[in-house]
Design a protein around this ligand. Structure first.
Ligand SMILES: [Zn+2]
Ligand SMILES: [Zn+2]
Length: 319
């Protein structure tokens, strides 16, 4: 091997070592994956926020444009946002031009602080209600919650709310890339935007999409709304689906499983309600129909709460 070839080989070995991801001991190694075209996703841990995962649990993503980077959901704390930036840097040195926040849950947007600190001109977009909530009491609750769940690892994390409100169906162009927002309120929350990257036929579902993990429905949510928006997304026939948590992929792999879960739950709970059964009885009777989901993270803890939430919604609709 001549010296030049050796040099190239050595450089390749060194760069691939440097390009290794962000290691969270005992949890995993996290790096951005190119899921197609100019779209990159770092699929986070599926467990809830804790000390081991530093509160990191969502799927931060970015689109690389000609002159910059557009981020979707930069993570759960200032520190996680800094790691997200460090991992983006391993892919490209381009600056962050803009950020989309999918909804008010802090695991998705408290990383805004790190982005704004490094790129003060980056524009942050969100649902008008998300902006209102992030600037109010709900916004302030999230840094405290993260601080206690991570046992202090998120110290110094502050609210940096989006400042640009998006309308449903709005198309915005950033550095030559087109983005379209879709929303139906309430669904996962009453602050959700789904972001479509038009050029790659990718849709970022926020927490209207879960895969291999179950999540809670908060007081602003609607399971029926969540079903409707996922049916709507299915009909958009996108190529790539990025859930808020869990693996990205085709509709079949990353959209349909959670939609089917919610539709099945709606059907089974409605049937039980009409037979005048209590929700805890319904839970016991129907759980065996959900075998396909028992390995999803959080299923056993959350299933009863999902039945209860669906029951309350059905009760309200049928009353
Ligand atoms: Zn989430
Ligand atoms: Zn959420």
């Amino acid at each position: 091997m001549n010296l030049r070839k050796f040099g190239i080989l050595a450089a390749l070995i060194i760069s691939s070592t440097i390009a290794g991801g962000w290691t969270l001991p005992g949890v995993g190694d996290y790096a951005f994956e190119n899921i197609g075209k100019n779209v990159f996703v770092m699929h986070g841990p599926t467990q809830g926020p804790n000390e081991k995962n530093h509160g990191f649990m969502n799927n931060p993503a970015f689109i690389e444009s000609a002159n910059g980077v557009i981020i979707v959901d930069p993570g759960s704390t200032k520190q996680v946002g800094e790691q997200v930036l460090a991992e983006i840097k391993k892919v490209t040195n381009k600056p962050v031009l803009a950020v989309f926040n999918s909804h008010i849950h802090g695991d998705h947007w408290l990383g805004n602080q790190a982005i704004k600190a490094a790129f003060p001109d980056a524009k942050i977009y969100g649902h008008p209600k998300m902006i209102e909530k992030a600037n109010g009491d709900a916004g302030l609750r999230w840094p405290d919650l993260m601080l206690s769940l991570t046992k202090g690892l998120s110290k110094g994390t502050k609210v940096v709310a989006p400042e640009h409100a998006l309308k449903n169906g709005q198309i915005i162009k950033i550095d030559g890339e087109h983005f379209r927002t879709h929303y139906l309120s309430p669904a996962h929350t009453n602050t959700d935007i789904l972001v479509e990257h038009v050029g790659s036929k990718t849709i970022f579902l926020g927490d209207n999409g879960f895969n291999k993990r179950m999540g809670l429905f908060d007081e602003s949510s609607s399971m029926h709304g969540n079903i409707k928006i996922l049916q709507y997304v299915r009909d958009l026939k996108m190529t790539r689906h990025v859930p808020g948590h869990g693996p990205s992929g085709s509709a079949e792999k990353s959209l349909i499983p959670f939609l089917t879960y919610l539709e099945k739950l709606q059907k089974a709970v409605t049937k039980g309600y009409r037979a005048e059964k209590e929700d805890f009885v319904i839970k016991k009777e129907i759980i065996s129909q959900f075998e396909d989901y028992k390995d999803w993270d959080g299923f056993s803890d959350i299933f009863g709460r999902h039945v209860n939430k669906m029951y309350l919604e059905v009760e309200e609709l049928e009353f």
